[in-house]
Design a protein around this ligand. Structure first.
Ligand code: YNC
Ligand code: MG
Length: 395
């Protein structure tokens, strides 16, 4: 019955929204305690230094052993030091916001929660906020109500910087999602996905049918995009312009400056991949797309150690004068993304039903997954965004 969440400034399930805006009456930094919240006896707070390999490894190990698993306990996210560098240290990151809980006696890290700065734009209002992620409590400490303490402590630490809003996502339902997206999966190496139990064989199909259905021909001249290449630092200005133009139609977006864009699209080696299409005649960038890599560790099939997974991230195109043109162009871009993914030995390409993804998902054989992703705002009332975050209705 959401004993904790009922006490927090979030939208309740049956609430009718009449106007968008903050929920809590405006506080100031001076109202916020300088002291951390009290913790269970025997535990202590620790601010982690993720520039230190040792502490980064501790977070890695905690999450590796205790973070999100699928319900069958067959897979677990396999985060890497490089991934955390990318996800937890964007421009403006604060050490204060990498919060750990340790056992006092052994100093063992048993819980973690993080915030990163995030400038949101919701229906033309800029909201200075943070994104909360990587909340994790050691399996042996579950159901002891440590989570509310972690959330209140990260809230305190964020408030101390005069920030009062947050965005977070979760698979579980809490009061109340502003939007919900579904995960979709595009098998690339169907055979391996089947062997590890990620993809099942439909009753009316054979394995050969499935392999054929998902076959990607990397030599298909018909989809070759002239001028497709990896994005470099020299492209940042142009890609930012394209990003801004393309995202303008969405209801809830992340506002990037040059440094942000450089970080999110270029910084993580072997984590984030971004490609652009350059028009050879005038050297202008007409399109870009990006995806990040986050493998699964396979827990119970000895033959395979990990599943290579990539996630579609941001994209944009100039070819969007009509819905039809946009649809055609996105299909072409995503076909090229699939070829690149195959070259990187990715087993499955995931995408949410966000942005303009529904224009190409079905055609390109993305299948609906079991997983949903709920988006939440902390201390902000907003009209629900129907049909998935960023899915626009204007075109
Ligand atoms: C969750 N994922 O409902 P009620 S996602 C938020 N997000 O409270 P206890 C959650 N709340 O219902 P356990 C939550 N999961 O009584 C549970 N809760 O009101 C709520 N899993 O606490 C829950 N990572 O400590 C209940 O639960 C209360 O021991 C119960 O621990 C939960 O990062 C958890 O899935 C998730 O490590 C830590 O199961 C544990 O069961 C675990 O007794 C595996 O807690 C990893 C996992 C979650 C990934 C994520 C986003 C988190 C957002 C947190 C909310 C941030 C609010 C904004 C703060 C900043 C504000 C500013 C400014
Ligand atoms: Mg607990």
């Amino acid at each position: 019955d959401y004993k904790f969440w009922k006490t927090q400034p979030v939208i309740s399930f049956d609430e009718k929204i009449s106007q968008e805006g903050p929920i809590d009456s405006r506080k100031t930094v001076a109202d916020i305690s300088e002291k951390p919240l009290p913790l269970l006896e025997g535990f202590e707070w620790d601010t982690l230094d993720l520039t230190s390999t040792k502490e980064l490894d501790e977070v890695y190990n905690l999450l590796h052993e205790n973070y999100v698993e699928d319900s069958g306990e067959s897979f677990r996210f396999k985060y890497s030091a490089e991934f955390f560098d990318w996800a937890l240290k964007p421009p403006g990151w604060k050490k204060d916001w990498h919060v750990g809980v340790r056992v006092k006696s052994s100093k063992r890290l048993v819980a973690f929660i993080s915030a990163i700065p995030l400038r949101l734009k919701l229906h033309d209002k800029i909201i200075e906020s943070v994104e909360i992620n990587f909340l994790c409590v050691h399996k042996k400490l579950r159901s002891k109500r440590l989570t509310p303490v972690l959330i209140k402590e990260i809230t305190r630490r964020v408030n101390r910087y005069d920030i009062w809003q947050a965005l977070y996502t979760a698979g579980i339902v809490l009061p109340s999602p502003i939007s919900t997206c579904r995960y979709t999966h595009r098998p690339i190496n169907w055979e391996k996905l089947h062997e590890v139990g990620f993809s099942s064989l439909p009753e009316d199909s054979t394995k050969e049918d499935m392999v054929k259905k998902y076959y990607i021909d990397e030599n298909n001249e018909a989809i070759k995009l002239e001028g497709l290449r990896k994005m470099t630092e020299d492209d940042v200005d142009e890609v930012l312009e394209l990003y801004n133009k393309f995202q303008a139609k969405y209801e809830l977006i992340q506002v990037f400056d040059k440094e942000d864009l450089k970080h999110w699209l270029l910084k993580g080696k072997e984590v984030i991949y971004t490609y652009v299409v350059e028009d050879k005649s005038n050297k202008k960038i007409t399109d870009f797309f990006s995806f990040y890599l986050l493998p699964f560790k396979i827990l119970n099939v000895p033959k395979h150690e990990q599943l290579n997974i990539s996630y579609l991230f941001y994209y944009g195109t100039d070819h969007d004068s009509s819905k039809k043109e946009l649809e055609t162009r996105l299909k072409l871009l995503m076909k090229n993304a699939l070829v690149i993914n195959k070259g990187l030995k990715i087993d499955v390409f995931n995408a949410l039903t966000s942005q303009d993804n529904t224009l190409f998902l079905e055609d390109l054989n993305f299948g609906l997954g079991d997983g949903y992703l709920n988006y939440y705002l902390f201390n902000y009332k907003a009209f629900p965004i129907l049909g998935g975050i960023n899915k626009h209705t204007k075109l």
